[in-house]
Design a protein around this ligand. Structure first.
Ligand code: PMV
Length: 335
């Protein structure tokens, strides 16, 4: 898929929002290509965002993250993604998030989505949306869903090359005005990365096959619920998908346990609110933070209920697709 032509020099800045899966991705059928063992379905969420500038044609390969040069493993994954655009000059990447990184808040999703969109514009590669979604997936699986705004499905696909496994929008951000509250119980990086957690669960959890067996039906039903704007139905699927995913990892040997005491407290707030008649459901990712899905009308009440339990919540709303915000002119050369 590498582009035929790329620029010798170009600069572009792109913005992408994270996404939170309502039906989770947990497990890979192909680890090298990040092909999932299950389909998944997500909502892209603003105002959290990653902003990334790619300088295509710099002195040397370099990543500056939130103003600080990064010399760790993340840089390798970033340059491996740029290498997939084809032959390239050294590149400089300036990237930053306005929300906690690697804390189970999908920063890798918005990060790789912004990266491929900025690199596409800076290099002049002119790849299609599907090609970009496939490249983003190879950087971080869930990133394939942050290319699109609103409600997004990621099919597990059947092909060995993974070209049929990428995020596809099923409804735009303005289709349904729901809210996702993010209850931040820890803002530091997670103890076990998602790839390691998934691989360990696949290898050692006797519940993993049951997770894989039941997940596809949830995605079909969640898609119907989104299209019908049926919050009760979508909420129930959302909560059970997250709890089943965590059940599969808690049953691993040794257990992958992301939960903290505040996690339970936040889940209790959600369950109590629901018993009192509020339509709210919880989800969690590879970290202790809890996210709560509810209607726009109930968001302020939920934030107040979390505050009463000494938990602070940020209210997110459906966000748009990853997009280029600025470009500088580039020179095109045949490779
Ligand atoms: O894309 P990754 O490797 O960061 O994995 C994401 C895994 C979960 O957030 C737990 C679930 C999901 O579907 O986003």
């Amino acid at each position: 898929m590498p582009a035929d032509r790329t620029a010798t020099h170009g600069v572009a800045t792109a913005v992408a929002h994270p996404n939170i899966a309502l039906c989770k991705y947990w497990g890979k059928r192909d680890a090298a290509l990040n092909l999932p063992s299950t389909p998944s379905l997500s909502l892209t969420l603003a105002p959290f965002r990653t902003e990334t500038t790619v300088v295509w044609g710099a002195e040397r390969d370099r990543v500056v993250f939130n103003g600080v040069e990064n010399t760790g493993g993340e840089g390798r994954k970033i340059f491996a993604t740029l290498d997939r655009f084809g032959e390239r000059p050294p590149c400089e990447i300036h990237t930053g998030n306005d929300f906690p990184t690697a804390a189970g808040l999908a920063s890798s999703a918005s990060g790789f989505a912004a990266l491929v969109v900025a690199a596409n514009a800076a290099s002049g590669a002119n790849l299609s949306d599907v090609e970009l979604a496939v490249l983003a997936r190879q950087g971080s699986g869930s990133a394939t869903r942050s290319l699109q705004g609103g409600w997004v499905e990621w099919a597990m696909g059947e092909r060995d090359d993974g070209l049929d496994s990428h995020g596809v929008a099923i409804a735009p951000a303005d289709h349904w005005d729901v809210r996702m509250l993010v209850v931040l119980v820890r803002s530091g990086p997670k103890e076990i990365g998602s790839t390691e957690g998934m691989n360990h669960t696949m290898r050692t959890s006797p519940y993993y096959p049951a997770w894989v067996e039941h997940a596809p039906k949830d995605v079909v039903e969640a898609r119907e619920a989104v299209l019908a704007r049926d919050l009760e139905k979508l909420g129930a699927i959302t909560e059970r998908s997250a709890l089943r995913m965590h059940a599969s990892m808690i049953a691993a040997d040794p257990a992958v346990m992301y939960w903290k005491p505040e996690t339970m407290r936040a889940l209790e707030v959600v369950r109590t609110a629901r018993k009192s008649g509020i339509g709210v459901w919880a989800t969690m990712d590879a970290g202790p933070n809890v996210k709560a899905l509810c209607s726009a009308a109930d968001a302020a009440t939920m934030a107040a209920l979390f505050a009463e339990a000494s938990l602070s919540a940020q209210v997110l709303h459906p966000g748009g697709a990853a997009r280029v915000v600025t470009t500088a002119p580039w020179r095109e050369t045949a490779r």
